[in-house]
Design a protein. Structure first.
Length: 215
């Protein structure tokens, strides 16, 4: 895909994250892999003021190509894209329910079968570290092992995909699962699925195309 198309797609995904309530104001950021490295949303610019030209190109060595100031969280975008060749897009959000659980420092357990969409039987919560730090990136990469999403303690969530559409679908699902888990905790004791239940779900997902997770 051409860089100009990737820029349009990244801008569109950023707008969708805002429109569906995953992000507000200047919180959250997104990246997509490109030929020379990746494109990432800029620092401190609300999505409403962003254009395709405001998106910042960086190499996987962490250098800006051309001009622009990348998101303060460029480091985990770079580290994830460098470490996970199957990942083409990384989204980061401070969405309400995922962040609520992250502030409780709780993993999302197998409270609903769609937890398997994130790649396992839970969505892990990475330990707290300062935003933008290498430590935060290291914690995130660890929590993301074998997964397409994680929570970041007292901060928010990260969602991954082979492309921007998949990453957005994962981010929306993680926010939904976080809300369901939080709501069940208010009402009583959630009944969790077993390891066998989740293995069965994973097997069924493998039988579908990646985009056909929903029933
Ligand atoms: Zn953040």
């Amino acid at each position: 895909m051409s860089e100009s198309q990737l820029r349009r797609d990244l801008l569109e995904t950023s707008r969708q994250m805002l429109a569906c309530g995953l992000n507000r104001g200047t919180s959250g950021n997104a990246s997509v892999r490109c030929d020379e490295g990746f494109l990432v949303t800029p620092s401190a610019l609300p999505v409403s003021a962003m254009t395709a030209a405001s998106l910042v190109k960086m190499t996987l060595a962490g250098e800006v190509v051309g001009t622009g100031k990348p998101s303060s969280e460029w480091r985990f975008h770079r580290d994830i894209l460098a470490a996970r060749p199957e990942v083409g897009a990384v989204l980061h959000a401070h969405s309400t329910f995922a962040t609520t659980l992250a502030c409780l420092r709780r993993d999302v357990p197998a409270v609903h079968y769609m937890v398997a969409m994130a790649g396992g039987s839970s969505v892990r919560c990475a330990p707290y570290a300062l935003f933008g730090s290498q430590e935060l990136s290291d914690h995130a990469l660890y929590a993301l092992q074998g997964r397409k999403a994680c929570l970041l303690a007292n901060h928010g969530m990260i969602a991954l995909g082979a492309n921007l559409d998949e990453a957005l679908a994962v981010a929306q699902e993680v926010e939904f699962l976080s809300e369901i888990y939080w709501r069940t905790l208010q009402a009583g004791e959630p009944q969790l699925l077993t390891a066998q239940h989740m293995a069965d779900v994973q097997q069924r997902f493998k039988d579908y195309k990646k985009q056909d997770f929903e029933e």
